[in-house]
Design a protein around this ligand. Sequence first.
Ligand SMILES: [Zn+2]
Length: 263
Amino acid sequence: MGEAMVRQQVEAAAEAGRLYPAAHPYTRLVRRIGERLARVTAAGAGGGSQGHLQGMAWEFHVIDSDEANAFVMPGGKVVVYRGLIELVRDVDGLAGVLAHEVGHAVARHVAERVTESAWVLAATALAMALGVDVSRVVALALTLPNSRRAEREADRIGTELMARACFNPEAMAAVFDALGRLEARGPGRPDPLTSTHPPSWERVRDCVAHLGEGAGAGAGGDGRGEVVRRFERAECREFRRGLGLATKRYRLPAGPEPARPSR
Ligand SMILES: [Zn+2]
């Protein structure tokens, strides 16, 4: 069932000339990062029952669309839109996007969602009959049932995966900060694709709290929690040096709660 939906999604985009080929720099970058994150989950990171991850056939696709969106489908097919790549702009941020989607698969949110919603197929069939953009309907159908709990879980697992795969987990907070800014200056009506997600400012806040967990409060404590320290291990410094990947510090929003958009 999942396979069929993936094929529809990917074929619809390919037909419209919107699926980037495997050789495109965006696709290559997304695959490289995604496959590294996927390897980390197969090694047992991310918590939960890992049995279902052994049979995962990960695929990473990029679609040419301005929308800042990404989603994961059953079996481990991850789709990222160009708009989101260009919003996050750096390797760690892109790893944050992918790690969140991989996190959904680790926590089995995708399987739960699909088995619980046969209407996904009905919606897809209806969209095709009406000539509506199937990719958008599939994305919507797969995103709508997401609960805030599932999103929070995927953010948390994703941050852990990033650190283990040697991507700076601080970038996860920076991604939601950038999304929040985009939402704040966007059109007045909320996008149905994102309105089922927790507000971005809330995700930034939760992320910052997670990044600080286990940080020593006393002398020598610099506010960096366990997950950040895991990323700062020697192996990661070597890995990043090999890629010519600088490790920048992300400026995390100060204070207990980042400002909410005014509208
Ligand atoms: Zn999500």
